[in-house]
Design a protein around this ligand. Structure first.
Ligand SMILES: Cc1ncc(C[n+]2csc(CCOP(=O)(O)OP(=O)(O)O)c2C)c(N)n1
Ligand SMILES: [Mg+2]
Length: 298
């Protein structure tokens, strides 16, 4: 989680950081999910992909290069955060279209079922996708065919500046899974252990053939919607969100439990600083893509 936070700070230091959707405040979701997945489990995420991509194992240097448009990224700088993918580490893509990853994830899950890989697909999408037809189509077909699919909704309360309560008629997002008979649970998405436990239960249930599961991961976005969006939420509300910082909460808990000492914390910070510095060196040294190659693989 500290690596994710520090990586994003390094990204913002770049001369042209680009149009980015940061994972600040949502690190426990990315890390908790990826801790519960096996390497063979395909993971799809939304355009808020930086934390999820790092947590899944995309090398920080390559990801930074990708985000600033360098040839050294896993997609040679042509995908950016909206479409970054790296199947070799199990990242079956970020998806820039809200709700667009859900039907793709159903297909990926169907492939696992038909090929008998024993893998479970996990699709991470935002609350903004909950009003989208693709969620309801995916819930239906996943339930009907008992697909090995976990649908994990990152509920940070907003789609840009539209609050969930102004966009979704269901009182609780977990209600959306009920008509299809899909088990659903709401989880504190600022608690990395709670996320890992809930995702682990859902993934292992799907792996055992019990079909899909819907998870609502409740969290707080600690930055404006994007690096190019001004903060539109009420100042008092934004101030209150500081109390939901998943890193601070976990640090406090680990200290209280006697697991984390000052020395261990300092060591972790030094490790992360070195990893991020190395990522910056890699990304800065990477070459720009050849303009001739712009339309390749499109
Ligand atoms: C179909 C579609 N409509 C609009 C957009 C523009 N857009 C990008 S992100 C976003 C908000 C998404 O909200 P949510 O799903 O809650 O994810 P969050 O940004 O909160 O992580 C919107 C409307 C888009 N990418 N795709
Ligand atoms: Mg949202």
């Amino acid at each position: 989680m500290v690596l994710l936070r520090s990586f994003e700070a390094a990204l913002l230091r770049q001369p042209k950081p680009g149009f980015q959707l940061l994972s600040r405040g949502e690190e426990a979701i990315a890390v908790g999910i990826c801790a519960a997945l096996q390497r063979k489990d395909p993971f799809l995420c939304s355009g808020r992909s930086i934390g999820p991509a790092l947590a899944r194992g995309v090398p920080p240097g390559g990801l930074l290069a990708e985000l600033i448009g360098k040839d050294g990224g896993p997609n040679r700088g042509r995908a950016g955060r909206a479409h970054v993918s790296m199947p070799s580490v199990g990242l079956f893509g970020a998806h820039g279209v809200v709700g667009g990853n859900l039907t793709v994830a159903a297909g990926v899950a169907l492939a696992q079922q038909q090929l008998g890989t024993g893998a479970v697909a996990l699709c991470l999408f935002g609350d903004g996708a909950c009003g989208s037809g693709t969620l309801h189509e995916t819930l239906n077909i996943a339930a009907l065919w008992r697909l090995p699919l976990v649908l994990a909704c990152d509920n940070n309360g907003y789609a840009v500046s539209t609050a969930v309560r102004d966009a979704i008629a269901a009182p609780r997002l977990t209600d959306l899974a009920a008509p299809f008979g899909i088990p659903a649970s709401a989880v504190d998405g600022t608690d990395v252990d709670a996320v890992a436990a809930a995702v682990g239960e859902a993934v292992e249930g799907a792996r055992a053939g019990r079909g899909p599961w819907f998870l609502e991961l409740q969290c707080a976005r600690m930055a404006p919607h994007s690096t190019l969006t001004r903060e539109e939420r009420p100042p008092a509300e934004v101030e209150e969100l500081r109390g939901h910082d998943p890193i601070t909460l976990y640090e406090k808990r680990l200290r209280a439990e006697g697991i984390l000492s000052d020395a261990l914390w300092a060591g972790l910070m030094a490790e992360v600083d070195a990893e991020v510095a190395e990522a910056e060196r890699f990304a800065l040294a990477a070459v720009w893509p050849d303009p001739e190659a712009a339309m390749l693989d499109v």
